[in-house]
Design a protein around this ligand. Structure first.
Ligand SMILES: Nc1ncnc2c1ncn2[C@@H]1O[C@H](COP(=O)(O)OP(=O)(O)OP(=O)(O)O)[C@@H](O)[C@H]1O
Length: 306
């Protein structure tokens, strides 16, 4: 199974929503697309599901162009893009069986009911709550036994229990499928995804989750001094070696120093500070959220569309 996105750009009139996005996926696992509001995530998913055409670029699934050979390309792919809903007039069971039949699959709806904590199988979909509808729709997608699933904010607007159920399903199935999902909830991406792509019109960054988290920690020192120290003094000593020096809130003894060099620069920084009386030092651990915010900040300065 493979997904190849090559140089996808999308203009709405003169407005550029996506600017030359490319990535290849060929291993099973969960791939998270992170990006702020308006970054172009849904636009990308709409293109990948052939709902809209790109202005330029191609998407191939298993080697087939999704627009030129739509049927072959999307044979094993399921999408949850926008807010698709099961048909109101079908029962839960009928809708799931209908979805499976579309792909020539047999389904044991009772098994899926337990797995996804589905509502009464005899209930008409039209009377279900938002979260129940989402679960029924997801069950219908799973009944099609797709090898690739593209899920645009699958837990958006759901209550904590429903989020828990959906997250558990994704965790369970991801080793046998390629799952590409988008989310605003960083903790969710951190929990579910093995690989991360950060999008803001462009693909700003891609890689495994741990390297995103470590990307900044490797070059960030946290230094605690024995006695209170003036930030001006710290800055005067290491300004040429560090590109950011922050004082930790409520402490005039602990500083976080970002530097862009190698271990030699780290050594030089510590040597310059040693006379101020260092109590402790180490890597500053950051959360995915912190790395993500800093990554967006860094690249926003590089690519400006305004
Ligand atoms: N049909 C359209 N016509 C004009 N502009 C559009 C259209 N669809 C999307 N856009 C614009 O493209 C940009 C990207 O939108 P998109 O919905 O893809 O972002 P997103 O990353 O999914 O955002 P969110 O996280 O808020 O859902 C936005 O500025 C949006 O206003």
């Amino acid at each position: 199974m493979s997904v190849e996105v090559s140089n996808i750009s999308k203009y709405f009139g003169k407005f550029i929503a996506l600017d030359s996005i490319s990535f290849n996926i060929s291993n099973n696992g969960c791939y998270g697309i992170l990006g702020p509001n308006g970054a172009g995530k849904t636009t990308l998913f709409k293109i990948m599901s052939t709902l809209i055409k790109p202005s330029s670029g191609t998407v191939k699934i298993n080697g087939y162009d999704i627009f030129e050979s739509r049927e072959k390309a999307l044979k094993d792919t399921a999408f949850l893009v926008g807010t698709p809903e099961p048909y109101d007039y079908l029962t839960v069971k009928e809708f799931i069986e209908f979805a499976a039949k579309l792909r020539g699959k047999d389904v044991n709806v009772n098994e899926l009911k337990d797995e996804l904590d589905l509502p009464d199988l005899r209930a008409r979909c039209g009377i279900l709550s938002k979260g129940q509808k989402r679960r029924v729709y997801l069950a219908a997608l799973l009944a099609q036994d797709p090898k690739i699933m593209i899920l645009d904010e699958p837990t958006d607007g759901l209550d904590p229990i429903e989020i828990y159920v959906i997250k558990n399903i994704i965790k369970k199935i991801k080793k046998d499928k390629i799952i590409i999902l988008s989310s605003h909830i960083l903790s969710e991406v951190q929990e579910l995804c093995d690989y991360i792509m950060v999008v803001k019109k462009r693909l700003l960054w891609k890689g495994d989750k741990n390297s995103l988290m470590n990307m900044f920690t490797n070059k960030t020192l946290r230094v605690e001094f024995l006695y209170p120290v003036d930030i001006v003094e710290v800055k005067s000593l290491i300004n040429t070696l560090a590109y950011q020096i922050r004082q930790i809130e409520d402490s005039n003894r602990t500083f976080v120093i970002e530097y862009s060099g190698d271990d030699n620069d780290r050594k030089k920084i510590l040597e310059k500070l040693v006379n101020l009386g260092i109590k402790n030092f180490g890597d500053n651990t950051s959360s995915l959220e912190e790395s993500y915010i800093r990554l967006l900040d860094k690249f926003s300065k590089v690519y400006s569309y305004e």
